[in-house]
Design a binder for this molecule. Sequence first.
Ligand code: ATP
Length: 357
Amino acid sequence: TRVLGIEGTAWAASAAVYDRATDTVEIETEAYQPDSGGIHPREAAEHMGDNSPDVVERALAHARELAADDPDCGADDPPVDCVAFSRGPGLGPCLRIVATAARAVAQRLDVPLVGVNHMVAHLEIGRHRSGFESPVCLNASGANAHVLAYRNGRYRVLGETMDTGVGNAIDKFTRHLDWSHPGGPKVEEAAEDGAYHELPYVVKGMDFSFSGVMSAAKDAVDGGPASSASGASSDPRSDGGVPVEDVCHGLQESVFAMLTEVSERALSLTGSDELVLGGGVGQNARLREMLGEMCEQRGADFFAPEARFLRDNAGMIAVLGAKMYAAGDTLSIAESGIDADFRPDQVEVSWREDESP
Ligand code: ATP
């Protein structure tokens, strides 16, 4: 089986081909980089429209090369068996463009469509690459933060953010500093030169909240709530503020400890001894270190896929698409609408039945 995956929920116009026989994935991505501020949905949608055809053509070129070497694939056969695309969650204007592209390619090649939940793809790629059987999954991405575990046919959300996604919280803090998007890698770099500065730590039950930590981080660099509330200071790092490196260090420690605590409690609750990480924030070495240490102390195994599978990418869509296709989980064009608020626990998992009795 070969699958074309198409992704475009937020910033990555991405297409990939997954070849099941060799378990290889080729990913082609064009990233949207805002001139200023964060992701503007209309600009991001324009980026999808401008770049999706090109990344799809590049991925299909890989598929044709693989098909040429495949004795079971005739000269007139399509180079892929199906087209998988991100149905959501994500920015509606982006999702609509990508879904339209997926429908057009599937019709042109005369192959079925597979509609993939982007968050389930973030976690399934870790399970696929690790070979773990039934791990707890921490998805730490831009717009989301979930701790999930599989039970009775669905990925159940054991813990999630009560306000913003974890990456978005970090990006909002760096926007306040006038740092360019995305902020996560810049905070990681600055944190290395900083000392610990204490910031709020908010875990309620199994859920976490990031907005208070983010506001406190802004206040700390500004030198107190009063100066940030006035908006008078044009330089956020003006007098009296905590050094920005210290705030970055404290921000990482608080936010990542919150994610680690809930992941640990999910391991304890489910009795699982496997944890996989997914999502763009998972590229952060300090987060991986904390999760790795926690797992080591419990005698659990920890796996984080390589960076190209952590950030948004069509590779994870193609890999999960292949599993769904094998399970007969395809969509007609009429059923292939997008869902900007598609939750991971809405997905009826079709592809694990034979794996976990
Ligand atoms: P979602 O998958 O929820 O739709 P998303 O589309 O925003 O989220 P991802 O690619 O999963 O995308 O994650 C992007 C986020 O990852 C951004 O918020 C970015 O700041 C963050 N990020 C990237 N690298 C790092 C890093 N090294 N440390 C912390 N955060 C990072």
